[in-house]
Ligand binder design. Sequence first.
Ligand SMILES: NC(=O)c1ccc[n+]([C@@H]2O[C@H](COP(=O)([O-])OP(=O)(O)OC[C@H]3O[C@@H](n4cnc5c(N)ncnc54)[C@H](OP(=O)(O)O)[C@@H]3O)[C@@H](O)[C@H]2O)c1
Length: 323
Amino acid sequence: MKAIRIHQFGPTEEALQYEEVPTPEPGSGELLIKVEAASLNRADIGLRKGTYRISADALPIIPGREFAGAVARVGANVSEFNVGQRVVAYPSLGGYAEYAVAKASEVRPVPDGVSSTQAAALPTVFLTAWFGLLEDGKLKAGEWLLVQAGSSGVGNAAIQIGKHLGAKVITTSSSEEKCRRLRQLGADVTIDVSQNDFVPEVMRVTGNRGVDVVLEMIGGEVYQKSLQVLAPGGRLFSIGGAFGAIPDPPPPLTEGRKASRFSITNYLKAKPQDFRQLDAILKLVREKKFQVVIGKTFPLAETRAAQRYLEGREHFGKIVLTM
Ligand SMILES: NC(=O)c1ccc[n+]([C@@H]2O[C@H](COP(=O)([O-])OP(=O)(O)OC[C@H]3O[C@@H](n4cnc5c(N)ncnc54)[C@H](OP(=O)(O)O)[C@@H]3O)[C@@H](O)[C@H]2O)c1
């Protein structure tokens, strides 16, 4: 089969090799899936550069943390899935390939009406926003939510989940065109940070009170300024500092405010059974209550171009490889 493998960390041309590799065998408790679509995530960039979770002695690896397709073979001791069934998998590696193996516990059925491209784009961003907002954010109906970088994959998901939970959603982005699309997705208030500082804007919109919850993912100055717009009792949770440092541990705050860090990988390691809540998200997508915004698709052979596109700042929503 064809796959993208990383033999050495580095820039796209050195790290991402499109090559012929043996098709993997499903072991006990596993499925072999014919991959139709695999989505890219910001973490894939760190993985390629050698800064995210995998060390050099584990190479070569096939990246791709999530993918969708059809079950090609069922390993021993799997009773829940059948050959030909449409599924989405979230095993953390292996998806940039024509075939990939996943544990049955990391796989969910895809309902009719949801495409493989949509399904592959869901797990990381929707589960992160879903559990982050519910567990760390404790977001309630009627509260103000600020989503930083609304045009990111996680941002798109968080805006829609925030509205679904009955919150009032403010989001930031770097252009008026992206802001327009974010309002179409449901954001109540958008702030174009290329034109305006978000701090006075958020304070103005919330009557000088600030927001109840912040989903932060940029880091550096944006993280620090996000603390300034947190209302008393407010919760800021950070899912990463892709473009600046974040304090570790999170700083202590006054008047009942709380800052925390959230990781979907660590969350699902602690509560693996919660992965099944992806079914509720798939149902909401099938009912067209959630949109899966696909920014662009690329063929597997053009993965280098796809990652370069993700590293730029033009995209809106998810980037997906198709096989
Ligand atoms: N902890 C977790 O469990 C978890 C899970 C998933 C993702 N994450 C993290 O969440 C963040 C978002 O991930 P994603 O895959 O959804 O992101 P993404 O689609 O790659 O989007 C990132 C966005 O960040 C904004 N941005 C702000 N400053 C930027 C800069 N200096 N350069 C380029 N873009 C900048 C851009 O939007 P604008 O142009 O509109 O500002 C860009 O679209 C990443 O930090 C990722 O590592 C964490």
